[in-house]
Ligand binder design. Sequence first.
Ligand code: C5P
Length: 201
Amino acid sequence: MSFTVAIDGPAAAGKGTISKAVAAHFGFAHLDTGLLYRAVGAKVLHGADPLEAAQTLEPIDLDGEHLRTPEVAQAASKVAVDADVRAALVAFQRQFAARGDGAVLDGRDIGTVICPSADVKLFVTARAEKRAQRRLDELNGKGMGLAFADVLADVEARDKRDSERATAPLKPAEDAVLLDTSDLTAEQAIARAIEIVQAAR
Ligand code: C5P
């Protein structure tokens, strides 16, 4: 029997950290679906056609630190507006969710569109300033030397584009559990998420 955990939320809310920890705790596989859009965005920055890039995406394209830059994040959120690009990525995500050993998928539309009957749906949020500070620490920890104001602007621009698009906008599923991580440590947020998943098993 498959068991699917859908984790959605805005940029840098802690979805990745929580998803990895939940997957490790329960022995589930984890798919960061943002990487699909980032990989398409990266190809478009190199001149590719967005739809063709989405249709020909290979597992190897999802690898690499070059996908973690603010430029690629912006390019990802621009290609993610395109309904055809999104449609080209649906089958891969649903197949991943249906694996027999349990799966955690994190993104923007997992609970609403990709896996509407997921066993657990979490919507992870935090105040924009907190999210920007965390993303700043993460990127500058890798030596990028960015300014807080630029990272905040990047996060807010993506949230706006992701929330206002016509196809699969960022929003909590009606049956999602909201988890605001603004005033939680990573450990506290992870513990809460594990509790919520455990209760649904
Ligand atoms: O989660 P991450 O920041 O890596 O996502 C990059 C971008 O990809 C998001 O800003 C969003 O536009 C898009 N995305 C999406 N649907 C998903 C995952 C990501 O539209 N399920």
